[in-house]
Design a protein around this ligand. Sequence first.
Ligand SMILES: NC(=O)c1ccc[n+]([C@@H]2O[C@H](COP(=O)([O-])OP(=O)(O)OC[C@H]3O[C@@H](n4cnc5c(N)ncnc54)[C@H](OP(=O)(O)O)[C@@H]3O)[C@@H](O)[C@H]2O)c1
Length: 296
Amino acid sequence: MARAGQVGGTATAPRPTLPAPSSRGGHSTRTAAAPQEARQDGAAPRQVAVVTGAGSGIGRAVALALSAAGWTVVLAGRRAEALAETSRLAGPAGPDAPAITTVPTDVTRPEQVDALFAAVHERFGQLDLLFNNAGTFGRAVPLEELAYDDWRTVVDVNLTGSFLCAQAAFRTMKAQEPQGGRIINNGSISAHTPRPHSIAYTATKHAITGLTKSLSLDGRPYHIACGQIDIGNAATEMTGPMQTGTLQANGQTAIEPVMDATDVARTVVHMAALPLTANVQFATVMATNMPYIGRG
Ligand SMILES: NC(=O)c1ccc[n+]([C@@H]2O[C@H](COP(=O)([O-])OP(=O)(O)OC[C@H]3O[C@@H](n4cnc5c(N)ncnc54)[C@H](OP(=O)(O)O)[C@@H]3O)[C@@H](O)[C@H]2O)c1
């Protein structure tokens, strides 16, 4: 696996020209150290997004949707080969195609997170969006049986990892010219209501709401918008148990409806494309018939 901060797999062969995302409301020309180059077709420079957990599931779907919408996308996650597969799925690279760059990163490691955002600054000179998505469910066991190390793993990835990435993005967005950017945190239905045997996941996802609110408040003076998407039952590896049968609040086991991760991705692209003068503060996107409303 490549070192954290190593930039690899930047796309360079032709892909259809796609519309650029909407401009950052009210801000002027960039003067960052290495800003995105002006495009041949005279269109606005592409905007730059970092997606964590981009090697699978929702992160992959969002990375592909942002790329298709014209964003330059930096893929982060621990598995270099999974990130490379996301890059491959984005299609052939080329001079007119949005760049896809992979930076293998463990979000629980402060030095690797710093290296990720340093690599983004060095390569693109700007950061417009962080999709703070990397997460883990942890072991579904009765809370009295949850081992300390299992608790710590979930807290480290879901909460500390999200904080480290948000802090690094915030520093970049505050310092860059024009100032500002957007952070979208991936919460969950579990940011509102628990499933049985999910104390670490539920506690950390509730904490994501606090992270979102603090980032929103502290970001106001610096044109940094922060929103949160709370997802329910997108079909990914993490929701495998919902598709085969999972414990319900009433003690029964049931198969639950799921939705496609691309429907989440479309929502994130919409949130990301707004000018910085507007923000989707919280959005809930869930499988229509999942047991949430009326759960238990
Ligand atoms: N699917 C749903 O219905 C649903 C519902 C609510 C919330 N969510 C949230 O959506 C996010 C993505 O979940 P998913 O459903 O797409 O499941 P997933 O496919 O298991 O994705 C989790 C991603 O997180 C990455 N990750 C885990 N630990 C990491 C670490 N230490 N450093 C960097 N990356 C790490 C994984 O990549 P590596 O293993 O390569 O590091 C993986 O790509 C999570 O935050 C989850 O809580 C999902």
